[in-house]
Design a protein around this ligand. Sequence first.
Ligand code: ADP
Ligand code: MG
Length: 252
Amino acid sequence: MIEIKNIHKAFGSNIVLDGIDASFEPGKVSLIIGGSGSGKSTLLKCIVGLHQPEQGKVFFNQQEFTRMGFEERVPIRKEIGMLFQNSALFDSMTVQQNIVFTLDMFTEMSKSEKIERANFCLERVNLAGKNDLYPSELSGGMKKRVGIARAISMNPKYLFCDEPNSGLDPATSILIDELIQELTEEYNCTTVVVTHDMNSVMGIGDYILFLYQGKKYWEGSNQDMLQSDNEQLNDFVFASPLMQAARDTLKT
Ligand code: ADP
Ligand code: MG
């Protein structure tokens, strides 16, 4: 369980997050949605400690992360898996090396244990045998899956994904969403996904937090969302023809 309380973050005079509260439950995929520049990535970075919020608290299983120093944070860091927006693979490393790199950093495993773990994770994301390929030899969807394999290599309790579907075709996007959902249930992860993809919202949105002008404007499930009368949320959601169709189906 992750809880955030009253998170404030500004860059100079640009107030990006203006008092955000939320809680994210284990075994569930929670989504942060909002327009481009609404602060989704910034919020994710505040939660994992890549940004220091000016105000507010972040708790990982009741432990106050925001109050901890660097050393104190290490055990929680080890429990965090992160999939970055552009997959953030090291181009000069093979698929296997990309995963082993994380294990080198955080574990005392032997070389063969690390390779075994890498193989296990690659198998889990359907990339068995792709160990020796370089990122430049992979499709966008495969890169994301390597990013996911790396993110789960440490058996994370908390999984964060920033725009896991960006740049992917719709069919591949759905596969990635399903994979994230399955892993979340399998490991009972507390998973937080940043997205502006309405397909994802309808597919995996049990809990959705909508950011608008630095505030949490709305929260609820995707089913609630279809019937919400929140104007800003509706402007965002029903800009998509797919979502208009979903709403119309509901009305008839
Ligand atoms: P989103 O992920 O919702 O598209 P971001 O969180 O990336 O939005 O950005 C929110 C706002 O914060 C934008 O106005 C952006 O320009 C600003 N911002 C984000 N990161 C930085 C940074 N490191 N330095 C200065 N401004 C930033
Ligand atoms: Mg972003």
